[in-house]
Design a binder for this molecule. Structure first.
Ligand code: PNS
Length: 166
């Protein structure tokens, strides 16, 4: 069983994340989208909301023979990957600027868990500037993010804002 985890904050999931998941499907039998529960950060969505949003979207990806599921985790990614008996950690690289941070993380994860490889996948160039942070910022300032995040995520963002302002 070739199992991988795709860890991240996913606050929120973007079409760039979905692109990386799509590209990973032919490479693995099972991919666990692993949502980090990081109490130090003040996210827009709770970890439960992020898991729920991803869970809603996964069926639309089809899977192409790869089983997809979503889980939350706390603590080290390397420990979570070991507990899942994953062989790989998937990370998306958008532009060269991502490489240095990702390399450090991959090397640290390899030191923590030498049996697990990090697999880097290049996100589609149309997503090279898409990040969760940028999407939140543009959305909150009234800019258009259609095509860059899933529609269901955009409506959740709209709901979040209207509930915060009421
Ligand atoms: O989507 P992000 O925010 O770029 O994801 C970063 C993430 C969650 C993969 C990274 O922060 C992480 O692995 N955090 C868990 C704690 C950990 O393992 N830290 C050491 C990494 S070398």
């Amino acid at each position: 069983m070739r199992r991988a985890i795709f860890p991240g904050s996913f606050d929120p999931l973007t079409n760039g994340h979905l692109d990386v998941i799509q590209r990973s499907l032919p490479l693995f039998d099972e991919i666990i989208i692993a949502v980090l529960n990081n109490p130090d950060k003040a996210p827009m969505f709770t970890v439960e909301e992020r898991v729920e949003m991803i869970d809603e979207i996964l069926p639309s990806l089809g899977g192409n023979g790869c089983h997809l599921r979503v889980e939350s985790f706390s603590g080290l990614t390397a420990d979570f990957a070991r507990r899942c008996e994953a062989k790989a950690i998937i990370r998306g690289i958008r532009a060269v600027a991502d490489y240095e941070y990702e390399l450090r993380m991959a090397l640290m994860n390899r030191r923590l868990e030498p049996s697990i490889e990090t697999v880097f996948l290049m996100a589609g160039e149309e997503f090279s500037y898409v990040s969760s942070t940028l999407m939140k910022q543009v959305f909150l300032l009234g800019g258009r993010v259609a095509g860059l995040i899933p529609e269901s995520v955009e409506s959740r963002m709209r709901e979040k804002i209207s509930s915060a302002s009421s």
